[in-house]
Write a protein that binds this ligand. Structure first.
Ligand SMILES: C[S@@+](CC[C@H](N)C(=O)[O-])C[C@H]1O[C@@H](n2cnc3c(N)ncnc32)[C@H](O)[C@@H]1O
Length: 817
């Protein structure tokens, strides 16, 4: 079992809740938990991670609960005003308050976070839950987090994506992404220009030109965590250029793109076709390399001690040693996939040099084209300590481990362990190689808890020399299946003669020394997470293949034993009857890229959902085989089929999904858009369905009466009396025979109501607490100590279901009819 899971079990609060007993208050959990570790103290004092005279402050900070931190989603149009609202409304509202005789601190901006968009709240959880004003603020946070305007995230975890410096045109890879708090930041950075455009009165063409031209591939080896990544994190910041894949990051496949992106395939390439492609055909492709790569690798997680108190009990030097080789292999694979001139951030939430500087130093030794850069000008205000240039390799007995070149020490180790099974083999890369100062290891960033009241973190920023082509050559060769990855032989500096069987040794070392399971090759996806509205797996013979349009392509999805079992994504033909119907019904501009609409089933038929990807993502998907990509999700869900009425009321049974509106809006003609005033909006928000006959706004009523039943959009300028937060709104709704209803998720509707009217006027009032639990589960999973092959706990999943999104459906409307 992976350490991460044990850690979560150890915290126990949520587990207790599910078992029927009440979750223990945090303070109680702290008082009952081991929060000392002589081994931890001895180990880190020996490593001299902080100067001796700082130890007490460092240690004291580790024993303080972590402040709550959150940040505003920067790419949203509402971001600056929401931030201002916290400053102008909530800070004064929460100032000078007390709980249980104790003064409470109002939220404070985090000094180093750009635009003052991140905040810290240092009040005890009990107070946040019970003190009236703080409770209100907590509800505000939960509601806004539900709609993706705010993310609760540990302050230190926000640092790596910021240092990656992602621009909207970048190709970005997040190698170990789940549950996705950093991926969300990367998507936000890709969409940085979108916010500016949506706030102005930009034309459709202008709005389109601000959509990112880059893409993000967020990858994780754990299939369940990939689904958590999709549904808990990326769902909140949808993007047409986003993909989630499920690979062991040490073996991420080399993918290819058409050399000229505009000259892409019309057809999906099937597995067999690639093998049969001629050299000339292959030359039409270039290897996919990335401008930016985040390697936020699985680690022992002792930087999260303030939050994951179970780690005190479990701390052992072997934990870090056991993960070192996996971390190094992930980093080396990342380097191979990086463009010349590209930037890679390697990070962990561990303080252990064996997982940090040792990994970076070994990678620098193996890849002379890489160098560490100093980023003092980035995030001014962030107090950081330099990376270490020397450290010791200390074993579980707290003695120095024998270096493989030290014959005497190795002999002593063998003598002390006559049973071969107890002998350990350590990789040389665990030790400093003597070039650390020369290679600038001080440029790494170490963040400690006592410096700015945070968790601990390690971050390093590496760049690849502009002229180097080694990565390119390697990936190019690899996509022809001719070379072995460099990542599988991490200790390039060591002579083959001395260590001829590197991989076996690495395995031995992991098994013997580490109590943590290093991640195995990507596991087969397990039970498919059932998501509302998503196409269920359809048995092949559910669909009459002969009835499918000839343009449906990529039917060669053989699934032998052990193959990737997720349904494939297949692009629809613009000539597909349903596509043509959608174009007409929604009055879409002819420039709408209908060729980028795709479905998710092996038949390539528009059954339940229709997705949309950017042109770049389309090129990528069409240039690579389905099974090679192991794609879990891609693009944005634009349309969902509604089958509420069988009587032919609806010519078009497709409804627009909220998450697809940003993409669709520039192309929507006036036919399906209706303006309404705030009073009408209030009515629609208060009722599940509103009979058309009861609509009071004459103009709105008249438009609705003259409209063909089906999916539409409502446009509201929410301003003036009774509106606490002014906003231009564009929301999907459904016009049925005799009624209308908003097609907005319950939680989103509640959040909107809170923001606009300072109260929840919706009929359901989903319990913020339940959703908070789900969010906290995702957040905790994000801080999972190891994450090495860590399955998402059923606990987190069960709680996720509590907060599941449910849109108002026409089925509800049908009841009224
Ligand atoms: C520290 S967590 C990543 C946290 C994530 N970056 C975030 O900000 O939410 C490490 C992740 O690595 C994944 N993992 C473990 N071994 C892996 C491997 N060999 N390849 C890819 N991912 C791996 C785990 O499933 C876990 O989700």
């Amino acid at each position: 079992m992976a350490r991460g899971n044990r850690g979560r079990g150890g915290r126990g609060g949520r587990g207790g809740g599910r078992g029927g007993g009440a979750a223990k208050p945090r303070s109680e959990r702290w008082s009952n938990t081991v929060t000392e570790s002589p081994r931890f103290e001895a180990y880190y004092k020996a490593q001299k991670i902080v100067p001796e005279d700082e130890w007490d402050a460092f240690n004291a900070a580790l024993h303080e609960p972590l402040p709550t931190t959150f940040r505003i989603t920067g790419c949203r149009e509402v971001a600056p005003r929401l931030n201002q609202m916290i400053k102008d409304v909530f800070v004064p509202f929460l100032s000078g308050k007390e709980y249980d005789g104790q003064a409470l601190e109002a939220p404070k901006p985090i000094d180093w976070y750009p635009n003052g968009f991140a905040w810290q709240l240092k009040a005890p959880r009990q107070a946040i839950r019970k003190q009236d004003q703080f409770k209100k603020f907590q509800h505000f946070l939960v509601h806004e987090a539900d709609v993706g305007n705010i993310s609760r995230q540990e302050a230190v975890s926000m640092i790596p994506p910021l240092l990656l410096d992602v621009q909207p045109h970048h190709y970005v890879l997040d190698m170990c992404a789940a549950p996705g708090s950093k991926s969300v930041q990367l998507v936000e950075a890709l969409h940085a220009k979108t916010a500016a455009a949506s706030s102005s009165s930009a034309s459709a063409a202008e709005a389109l030109s601000t959509l990112p031209t880059g893409m993000l591939i967020a990858n994780d080896s754990d299939a369940k965590r990939c689904h958590l990544l999709v549904h808990q994190s990326l769902h909140r910041v949808p993007g047409a250029g986003m993909m989630v894949t499920n690979h062991d990051a040490t073996q991420l496949p080399g993918l290819r793109l058409p050399s000229d992106i505009k000259q892409q395939n019309d057809k999906l390439v099937a597995d067999d076709e690639v093998k049969m492609q001629s050299e000339a055909e292959r030359k039409k492709y270039q290897p996919l390399l990335f401008d930016r790569i985040l390697a936020d690798v699985p680690c022992s997680g002792d930087g999260t001690l303030r939050k994951n108190v179970g780690i005190w009990k479990e701390f052992s030097p072997g934990n870090g040693i056991g993960l070192h080789s996996l971390q190094l292999r992930i980093l080396l694979r990342g380097i191979a996939l990086l463009k010349p001139g590209g930037r890679l951030v390697y990070s962990t939430c561990s303080m252990n040099p064996v997982e940090n500087e040792a990994v970076v130093s070994a990678a620098l030794a193996a890849c002379p084209e890489m160098s560490l850069i100093d980023v003092p000008e980035m995030l001014p205000g962030l107090i950081r300590r330099p990376g270490m240039t020397t450290w010791s390799v200390i074993d579980n007995t707290l003695n120095n481990a024998p270096h493989p070149d030290d014959a005497e020490a190795t002999a002593a180790h063998i003598a002390a362990n006559p049973d071969k099974r107890h002998r350990k083999v350590w990789s040389k890369t665990l030790w400093p190689n003597g070039k650390e100062a020369e290679r600038g290891l001080e440029r790494c960033l170490r963040i400690y808890p006592h410096l700015q009241d945070t968790g601990a973190f390690f971050v390093s920023v590496l760049v690849k020399a502009g002229g180097s082509t080694s990565g390119e050559a390697e990936v190019a060769a690899e996509s022809k299946g001719t070379v072995r990855e460099r990542a599988s032989s991490p200790v390039a500096e060591q002579p083959e003669t001395k260590r001829p069987r590197q991989e076996e040794e690495v395995v031995a070392e992991t098994i013997v020394e580490a109590p943590i399971e290093a991640a195995a090759p990507a596991p087969e996806p397990e039970a498919k997470v059932e998501v509302e509205g998503e196409a269920p797996a359809v048995a092949e013979d559910d669909v009459d293949a002969a009835a499918l349009p000839a343009e449906i392509v990529g039917a060669n999805f053989s699934r032998g034993p052990g193959e990737f079992k997720e349904e494939p994504f297949i692009y629809l033909s613009p000539e597909d009857e349903q596509v043509k119907l959608i174009m007409d019904f929604f009055d879409l501009d002819p420039s709408f890229p209908a060729a980028s609409l795709l479905v998710r089933n092996a038949q390539g038929a528009p059954l339940r959902s229709i997705y949309f990807t950017s042109n770049l993502a389309r090129s990528l998907l069409l240039a690579n085989t389905y099974s090679r990509m192991r794609l879990i999700s891609c693009g944005v869900k634009l349309f969902t089929r509604q089958d509420s009425s069988k009587d032919g009321t609806y010519r078009c049974k497709w409804r627009v999904n909220s998450e697809g509106l940003e993409v669709l809006r520039p192309f929507l003609g006036p036919k399906r858009i209706v303006k309404a005033n705030v009073k009408t909006l209030r009515t629609l928000m208060t009722n599940v369905t509103t009979p058309i006959a009861e609509l009071e706004e004459a103009e709105f009523k008249e438009r609705i009466e003259g409209m063909e039943p089906g999916s539409c959009m409502i446009q509201v300028e929410a301003r003036g009396e009774g509106v606490a937060f002014e906003q231009s709104l564009f929301l999907p709704f459904w016009r049925s025979k005799i009624s209308v209803n908003l097609m907005v998720e319950k939680a989103d509707k509640s959040a909107l109501s809170q923001r606009l009217f300072s109260e929840d006027i919706t009929p359901h009032k989903p319990q913020p607490k339940a959703r908070d639990v789900a969010r906290a589960a995702a957040e905790d999973a994000s801080a999972t100590p190891s994450g090495a092959g860590t399955p998402v706990s059923t606990e987190a999943e069960a709680e996720t279901k509590v907060g599941e999104k449910v849109e108002e459906t026409p089925a509800a409307a049908a009841v009224v009819e």
